[in-house]
Write a protein that binds this ligand. Structure first.
Ligand code: PBG
Length: 340
């Protein structure tokens, strides 16, 4: 019987649904699963190589044989996909080794598709790991601070086709250059890879949170920064324009990067493009911050990492590129086992 004289506080108590773990599980709105994760990997030359990145504990530059082991581990933990970055032996002004068939990324794609065929292999398409200046494009010889856009787009297109030829399931252009998605779509279609989808880094901010990645990938710019082509962290409406242009150009999936400082952007893209899979990249600096705090005993790593990943999904991401992919999959499995 409703007591109409009861104080309002007794009638309206949302915390009734939080009282037990069972009630919380029943009313939970966002559930992380290993299916949500993509594991980024750094492929290097040689054999049996496993160099830990100092600013990213638990992340390694690995040779192809070790990459395949990691791929098997991902599948065993239920993580559906990896994202590959390559470290070349040789760098030059145009990043000429980026589309060489014998490079680390191309070899790793072939090895993964042969040994772990169920794993989705996504390749990062960019030049910054391959250029001696560490920038993502080819410079105009007349104006040394400007990119030669036709040459830059053509190089990226060649790289994407080379990844597709090696067997990549998805290509992910990360340069944030105007016209990049259209250039890749045209080149892939012309080369017989109309079936290869594009995951566009549609909204990529010029972020300080990429710092550790540039150590991992050896892609610190030799001069300047990337603010003339990556987005200004202060802008949100512009992100909608970037995403709309990429969808128009044929992007099959969109990405926002970084994630935690840009949850509003993830949400806006989710609303603006409800029909496109949306990814978010929990980047190197976001990972490094959690690791550093955990190592100092300042945070509970497992809870903080799962909270961050849950927040990214809650904001609207369908999947998350994260260096925590394997750990998080393991933690989620342990949680599931502990309630059953
Ligand atoms: C290359 C690229 C970067 C990242 C992914 N692809 C670095 C950059 O743009 O400088 C960053 C990923 C991370 O920080 O984890 N263009």
């Amino acid at each position: 019987m409703l007591d109409i004289h009861a104080p309002a506080a007794q009638l309206q108590q949302p915390q009734r649904l939080r009282r037990t773990a069972g009630l919380r599980r029943l009313t939970r709105e966002t559930r992380l699963t290993p299916d949500d994760f993509v594991l980024p990997l750094f492929v290097t030359q040689g054999e049996n190589v496993r160099n830990e990145v100092s600013s990213m504990p638990g992340v390694f530059q690995m040779s192809v044989d070790k990459i395949v082991e990691r791929g098997r581990e991902a599948v065993a933990l239920g993580v559906p996909a990896v994202l590959l970055f390559g470290l070349p032996a040789h760098k030059d002004a145009s990043g000429s080794s980026a589309d060489a068939d014998g490079e680390a990324v191309q070899e790793a794609v072939r090895a993964l598709k042969k040994d772990v065929p169920e794993l989705v292999v996504i390749t990062d398409v960019c030049l910054c790991e391959y250029t001696d200046h560490g920038h993502c494009g080819v410079f105009d010889t007349m104006h040394d601070s400007l990119f030669d856009m036709p040459a830059t787009l053509a190089r990226h297109a060649d790289v994407a086709v080379s990844h597709a030829r090696a067997g990549a399931d998805v290509v992910a252009p990360s340069g944030m250059f105007d016209g990049l998605v259209a250039a890749l779509r045209a080149a892939l279609d012309a080369a017989g890879f109309a079936h290869v989808p594009i995951l566009s880094y549609a909204v990529k901010y010029a972020s300080a949170f990429y710092g550790p990645f540039r150590d991992a990938a050896g892609s610190v710019p030799a001069f300047g920064d990337r603010r003339a082509h990556q987005m200004d962290p202060a802008n949100a409406r512009e992100a909608l324009r970037e995403a709309a242009l990429d969808v128009e150009a044929g992007a099959d999936m969109l990405m926002v990067k970084p994630a935690i400082a840009y949850l509003d952007i993830i949400y806006r893209l989710r609303v603006q493009h409800p029909d496109r899979p949306l990814a978010a990249y929990h980047v190197s600096g976001e990972y490094a911050m959690l690791k550093a705090a955990a190592r100092n005993g300042w945070l509970d790593e497992r809870r903080a990492a799962l909270e961050a990943l849950t927040a990214i999904k809650r904001a609207g991401a369908d999947f998350i590129l994260t260096y925590y992919a394997l750990d998080a999959a393991r933690w989620l499995r342990e949680d599931a086992e502990s309630v059953s």
